[in-house]
Design a protein around this ligand. Structure first.
Ligand SMILES: Nc1ncnc2c1ncn2[C@@H]1O[C@H](COP(=O)(O)OP(=O)(O)O)[C@@H](O)[C@H]1O
Ligand SMILES: [Mg+2]
Length: 270
């Protein structure tokens, strides 16, 4: 279905966002041209305050730009009415927010379930996805805990599981590894990588974490309000016999959990 728009799931042209008015206007984004393809993992680096979250909020249709265009899955979101924009967001986008946005009086499983109710999934399908997503992020034993019974990193993993369980076309992730130790961060990034490859999900990840660049296809730096593409690494991700240590880590981390979250089981396919 996503091939309808040549596989480009996110496209912005000359996107600008300023805050304030008159002489106090601060231009944060000064002309962002970005395209993200189906199955592509993109990392976007920038110092604190450079406008990373501002850009994700625009692409996620949570904010409106000062100028420029944004299309998601081939639709110009700035021209859609609020109702259709909300529907597109609900059906196509997964968010991993910086502050996790979990409901405090709901358990991990219930927080994921709330998100899965919006597209109207049946209870058995929801339960299956919740179980698989929590397992993929290593939280099976924490399904029935409330957010304040979890560490910051565990809450972040619930938010990640919630976005993955929706199986959206695009996942927008704001510093998704900020609360995770290195091992868990690798596991999560390997999981994203496997999902991007298996399902064609696009990931746009904004972060400071240098490790992310090892897992993605394309890396940009956000500087002074514009994007600068980094040169691709000499050896792209492959799984050849003599793959580098990094590639091995990626591949190892990827296998089992990605399939658990993503590949529909035979029962649901029939
Ligand atoms: N709603 C807002 N009103 C005014 N200024 C804002 C608003 N949102 C963000 N900014 C400013 O825009 C700049 C970029 O913020 P942000 O996108 O959160 O940066 P980052 O995520 O890269 O740390 C900051 O200077 C911030 O203060
Ligand atoms: Mg931010």
């Amino acid at each position: 279905m996503d091939r309808l728009y040549n596989g480009i799931l996110v496209q912005t042209t000359d996107l600008r966002r300023s805050f304030g008015s008159g002489s106090a206007t601060v231009p944060v984004l000064r002309g962002i041209d970005l395209a993200v393809q189906a199955g592509e993992m993109v990392a976007l680096y920038g110092p604190s305050g450079s406008g990373k979250t501002t850009l994700l909020n625009l692409i996620g249709a949570l904010d409106r730009p000062t100028a420029g265009t944004i299309s998601l899955c081939g639709q110009d979101i700035l021209r859609l009415g609020e109702r259709r924009r909300a529907k597109l967001r609900r059906q196509r986008l997964g968010f991993i927010f910086q502050n996790y946005t979990l409901m405090p009086s709901y358990t991990s499983a219930e927080n994921i379930d709330l998100a899965l109710r919006l597209p109207g999934l049946w209870v058995w399908e929801r339960r299956k996805r919740i179980r698989a997503a929590l397992e993929a992020v290593g939280l099976s034993a924490w399904a029935n805990h409330l957010p304040d019974q979890l560490s910051g990193g565990q809450r972040q993993r619930v938010a990640i599981a919630r976005a993955l369980a929706l199986r959206p076309a695009i996942i927008l992730a704001d510093e998704p590894t900020s609360g995770l130790d290195t091992r868990m961060a690798r596991r999560v990034l390997g999981l994203f990588h496997g999902i991007a490859r298996a399902q064609g999900t696009a990931f746009l990840i904004v972060s400071h974490d240098p490790m992310i660049a090892d897992f993605v296809d394309t890396t940009y730096d956000l500087q002074e309000g514009t994007l600068h593409r980094r040169q691709p690494p000499a050896a792209p991700h492959t799984t050849t016999d003599n793959a580098s240590a990094t590639d091995n880590a990626t591949t190892t981390a990827t296998t089992a959990p990605a399939e658990a979250v993503l590949i529909p089981s035979p029962s649901s396919a029939t």
